[in-house]
Design a protein. Structure first.
Length: 307
């Protein structure tokens, strides 16, 4: 048979061709009935049909939506209950000094009962390395979160070393809540942290934190701690002194340098390493830091005790 006399091959129908598409493709020269019947059967197989699997998938999705809606409603109820029971209004009030000063009949101070505390600090007046020391060891993402740090919480849960609380959470914990370890208190702590972030600036939160944190030896606040351990105002703290004070906040009773100087030095080195990791100081500056000497001078004119 000659090249030009070969019969033309029958064109394949489109994937989803219907009857009219076949008619347009072939016109009156349609293929044999058995061939057309086979195509028609294939087209029927391509049409989507409801199946039991599809029905089960839709039902499963519906139940997932209902469960998520129920959990969301439960979460909203919990938040509303915490908002009613948590001391949110107290969180915006000035911090009250936890001490009592006894006065003579003429108004002269004669003794102090309770904790040692001094005037609040102002972040803008503190040396840069003082703020950086606390940020590096206590809350590296302080200026980037809204009260809680999911990364820090996940890291603490993974390593098993505890922690994970932001500076804002710590302020909420040791200022407005009891020290009990319960899920309810933790939830209130997180709620107050959000509240503080909404109503206070970062510097205001940091000032309240530094002015109210416990530093051991019955001393509260950075100013009182600076005077107690180094006999100088916090505005004049050296980098190594700031690093030692920043390391005390995690466990003041265990790290108080007047009783556990070696522990305080070890903790200070950890703070210095964190400052270097955060690029607050250079490796050379970190190596140059030496443990600071204490300069504790009891106030003989105003004794402290229980009366």
């Amino acid at each position: 048979m000659a090249f030009w006399s070969r019969p033309k091959p029958e064109p394949e129908p489109p994937a989803h061709a219907g009857y009219f598409a076949l008619h347009e493709a072939y016109g009156d020269d349609q293929p044999a009935y058995d061939k057309f019947d086979e195509w028609d059967r294939r087209l029927d197989e391509l049409e989507p049909k409801p199946t039991r699997r599809l029905w089960l998938g839709r039902r499963r999705r519906w139940w997932i939506v209902r469960i998520l809606a129920g959990l969301l409603a439960l979460l909203m109820l919990i938040i509303a209950w915490l908002a009613v029971t948590a001391p949110l209004s107290k969180s915006l009030q000035p911090i009250a000094p936890p001490q009592l000063t006894l006065l003579a009949s003429d108004g002269t101070p004669i003794a102090r009962n309770g904790a040692v505390i001094d005037k609040p600090v102002e972040v803008t007046k503190l040396p840069k390395h003082v703020v950086e020391a606390f940020i590096a060891i206590e809350d590296r993402r302080f200026y980037n979160h809204w009260g809680i740090d999911p990364r820090g919480m996940a890291r603490a849960a993974w390593t098993g070393y505890g922690g994970g609380s932001t500076i804002t959470q710590q302020l909420a914990k040791f200022t407005f809540l009891t020290p009990e370890q319960t899920l309810t208190r933790k939830a209130r702590e997180m709620l107050i942290a959000f509240w503080l972030e909404a109503w206070l600036t970062k510097d205001e939160i940091l000032e309240r934190y530094l002015s109210n944190a416990y530093f051991g030896d019955n001393v509260y606040g950075l100013r009182a701690a600076s005077l107690h351990y180094f006999y100088r105002q916090p505005e004049r703290l050296k980098p190594e002194q700031a690093a030692m004070l920043a390391g005390l906040v995690q466990a003041p009773s265990r790290f108080a340098p007047t009783k556990h100087y070696d522990r305080a030095v070890k903790r200070m080195k950890l703070v210095v390493g964190s400052m270097e990791a955060m690029h607050f100081i250079t490796p050379a500056e970190a190596r140059a830091m030496r443990p600071p000497k204490l300069d504790v001078r009891p106030d003989k004119n105003l004794p402290t005790g229980t009366y």
